[in-house]
Design a protein around this ligand. Structure first.
Ligand code: ATP
Ligand code: FE2
Length: 332
């Protein structure tokens, strides 16, 4: 334990485009910094993102320690995103943990990135038992805590909503991340063009809509602003239909948003309208905690540790394909 007798956690996020480091003291975020890999055009190339993380990790660690006036000896516990994610990127975070663990003998905790997106929403907004709409790059899931696990009530059958937005933006020649660029275009239109609305049971499918959008764009008969607007209206309505049905099914009165796509102002607005209509509450943390960030890893590690989850002494691992419902939640 550090001298102040408060638990200090140094947390690392490196599952995909973002390399982040945060320091958490109990439930307080002391510092939360990141470097995000972006492109002018084209999507994320895993090895390039990993090289970007390699190039930034040491400087970022130094900056985090300096700015928060912390010495590495003050850190009681390391935490990192162990999965799911892109293997080359995950390895950079894991290797930094391994280095600090071996050199300074600091124990560590492995955190599931998706669970962290969910836990931070609860920690920061005070939501007690929400249905979570987790809308990020690779993942799109409607999740609720039932019977000791985060269970997935509905999800995308093909691509994540963020990847879908990024793919269409890439097709239009816009860079990565595409979500904010599509959002800016959509804000300039109110002209709805019918697109395939694909909800299958509790799941959604986005590939058909992407193909249609590309065809409509290639026909040159439609303005990109109208396509972007119609895309958001259709895709977000699909997400909220499934979320609403999960709330009804589980009899839950709270909706929480997580993941980078939840930064979208229209998705936030539609979520609040849906909740108001069914007498439910909508919880949305600040944008910096919706996108990938290390604070969510540290806060989740804090909960896990406080709840009795085992901490590890050596050999940090990565789990690129770990699913939300495979995580044994022994800290709630
Ligand atoms: P995952 O959590 O599935 O591993 P990730 O790590 O790629 O995904 P996040 O940082 O949670 O993701 O989210 C990134 C995604 O959020 C990108 O696809 C990006 O385009 C999208 N995004 C960011 N801001 C907005 C916005 N304002 N509107 C829509 N999408 C957005
Ligand atoms: Fe994420």
């Amino acid at each position: 334990m550090s001298k102040s007798n408060k638990m200090k956690i140094l947390a690392i996020e490196s599952t995909a485009h973002t390399f982040g480091i945060a320091i958490i003291e109990d439930k307080k975020v002391l510092i939360n910094l990141k470097r995000a890999y972006t492109t002018e055009s084209g999507g994320i190339i895993p090895i390039n993102a990993a090289n970007y993380h390699m190039a930034h990790k040491d400087d970022l660690l130094e900056e985090v320690l300096n700015e928060s006036n912390t010495k590495i000896e003050d850190i009681d516990l390391l935490a990192y995103s162990a999965g799911p994610g892109l293997s080359p990127c995950l390895r950079v975070g894991r290797d930094l943990v391994k280095e600090l663990n071996e050199k300074h003998k600091i124990p560590f905790i492995e955190v599931n990135h998706c669970v962290a997106h969910l836990e931070i929403t609860k920690v920061l907004t005070g939501a007690k038992d929400p249905v979570l709409l987790y809308a990020s790059g690779a993942n799109t899931q409607v999740i609720a805590f039932e019977g000791g696990k985060y269970r997935i009530f509905g999800e995308t059958l093909d691509q994540g909503i963020g990847n879908f937005l990024d793919s269409f933006a890439r097709y239009l020649g816009l860079g990565f991340p595409g979500g904010p660029k599509i959002s800016d275009l959509a804000d300039k239109s109110k002209n709805y063009i019918e697109l395939p609305y694909s909800v299958k049971g509790m799941d959604i499918s986005l590939t058909g809509m992407l193909t249609k959008l590309k065809q409509l764009n290639d026909s040159k008969k439609y303005k990109v602003e109208d396509l972007a607007y119609s895309l958001q209206e259709t895709a977000f309505a699909m997400l909220l239909e499934v979320s609403e049905r999960a709330m009804a099914h589980c009899d839950k009165k709270e909706l929480a948003l997580g993941g980078g796509v939840a930064c979208n102002t229209r998705l936030k607005e539609m979520s609040k309208i849906m909740c108001k209509e069914r007498g439910a509450k909508c919880f949305i943390p600040e944008n910096q905690f919706l996108v990938d960030n290390a604070a969510m890893i540290g806060l989740t590690a804090n909960l896990m540790h406080a709840g009795g989850h085992k901490i590890n002494k050596s050999n940090p691992e990565i789990y690129p394909y770990q699913r939300t419902d495979q995580v044994i939640v022994d800290w709630e």
